[in-house]
Structures are given as C-alpha cells and as structure tokens.
Design a protein around this ligand. Structure first.
Ligand SMILES: Cc1cc2nc3c(=O)[nH]c(=O)nc-3n(C[C@H](O)[C@H](O)[C@H](O)COP(=O)(O)O)c2cc1C
Length: 219
C-alpha cells in the first residue's frame, strides 16, 4: 500500500524543511509520495492562503522537489478559493509537480442565531462534502480542458470534493480526473472505498471497458 504524506507549512522555507525531514529519515522508506497542501495560510503575507498566489505555489513546489529524491512523487493539492484554478495549476506544473489534486475545502461560515456570533471557534472554516462537488468537478474540467499536460496525462489530476458514491467518482473521472480522493464521506461510512470501488467496477464491466476509457469523456 503506497503511503502519501500530506504536508503543510507557514512559509516557503518551512515547506522545504518538512520535505527535507521526510526525505532524510527512516520513515522515507515507507513514503512513496508527498502531497503539498497549499491551502494553508502564509504567515509572511498576513495569513492569505499560499494557493491563491500562483508565484508562491511555483516556489513551494520547486522548493519541495529540490529536497526529495526523484523517486518520490510530489502532488500539489490546490485550493478552490481562487477565481481561475488553471493559474495555480499551471504554476504547480512550472514548479515541477508530478500530479495535481483538487479541491481542498471552500471557505465558509455559520452564524449561531442565539448568540449572534459565528458558530465556529475560528469564525470561518473549511466547507467540504456534497455541497462542494459541482465546484470540484468544474475545476477538474477546466484544468483538463485548458492545460495540455493534464489532458495528455503527463500531469494527472486527482479529483476530490464531495464524493460519496461511485456516480460522484465517475463524474470526476469524466471531467478529467485519473484518480479520486475521499474525505468527508469516509467519516460517515468507513467502508466507502470498497463501495465506490465495487460500483465503478460493475459500471466498467457492464460497458466492457476499462476505467481509463472514461477519463475526460465529458469533453
Ligand atoms: C476534518 C478535515 C480535515 C482536513 N485536513 C486536511 C489536511 O490536513 N490537508 C489537506 O490537504 N486537506 C485537508 N482536508 C481537505 C480534504 O482532504 C478534502 O480536500 C476536502 O474535504 C474535500 O473533499 P471531501 O468533500 O471528500 O471531504 C480536510 C478536510 C476535513 C473535512
């Protein structure tokens, strides 16, 4: 079972340090990939997320790639809190990413009407689950359509966001994802991976095709 470690940091330099630590440690033997979470706040720029600044995304990916061996896969996990997802995606590719994953959570807020105050301790928080699926599917579609490296499979896309059934997973694949990731649905249903795998397997067998035959079919 390949292990991919998701990393985050508060500065570009810190991203490099975390990657260096993971690459020069006994744990390295267990790790086949690093997923760089650029949705975290940049302390040096007043807390704005790295992922909304393409220049910083490129710098982070380049820094991480420099610290890891060429056998270690580097995936860049993009933030959806941007106007055009293709900009950070292209920046990650320029920095040397091997794959991109999208999307992380969208920023949201809930107000407790009894106290009249934001409900979450941190005031705002990350929205995940079924509500964000159309945003994720659209962003995967956009990157597949507009970025030749993604369309040709050179930099594959991992589709994430609101997947809770095999139908959802297939939507992402048809939009252009080569693989999918599941977060929130797993908290509700620990056997979600098995269920989605079985559903997809049945679907492709019924159509006498392979799952890869469906990548980007919506275009
Ligand atoms: C409780 C929770 C913790 C998360 N922690 C991380 C994290 O550490 N790094 C990261 O890149 N994404 C993190 N995410 C984002 C998820 O990996 C995923 O991108 C997002 O929730 C959308 O997928 P979903 O709708 O299947 O949950 C977290 C999400 C949740 C709900």
């Amino acid at each position: 079972m390949p292990v991919i470690v998701n990393i985050s940091a508060s500065t570009v330099r810190e991203f490099g340090e975390v990657a260096f630590y993971l690459s020069n440690n006994d744990s390295m033997k267990l790790i086949s990939g690093i997923e760089v979470n650029v949705s975290c706040p940049n302390i040096k720029k007043g807390g704005a997320v790295f992922g909304s600044d393409p220049g910083l995304v490129e710098q982070i990916v380049r820094t991480v790639k420099k610290q890891v061996s060429s056998s270690m896969v580097v995936i860049t996990k993009l933030s959806p809190n941007v106007t055009d997802i293709c900009l950070p995606a292209r920046a990650a590719i320029a920095g040397g990413t091997d794959a991109i994953s999208m999307i992380n959570t969208l920023r949201g807020m809930a107000i407790d009407i009894d106290t009249g105050k934001p409900f979450l301790g941190n005031k705002s928080g990350g929205l995940s689950g079924p509500a964000i699926k159309p945003v994720g599917v659209f962003m995967v579609y956009e990157c597949f359509k507009n970025i030749p490296e993604c369309r040709k499979g050179k930099v594959p896309i991992i589709g994430i966001g609101g997947i809770s059934t095999w139908h959802d997973a297939l939507e992402y694949i048809m939009a252009g994802a080569t693989a999918v990731g599941i977060g929130t649905a797993w908290f509700i249903s620990p056997d979600i991976f098995k269920k989605i795998y079985r559903g997809l397997k049945k679907y492709v067998e019924t159509h006498n095709k392979k799952i890869s035959d469906f990548i980007g079919n919506a275009h």
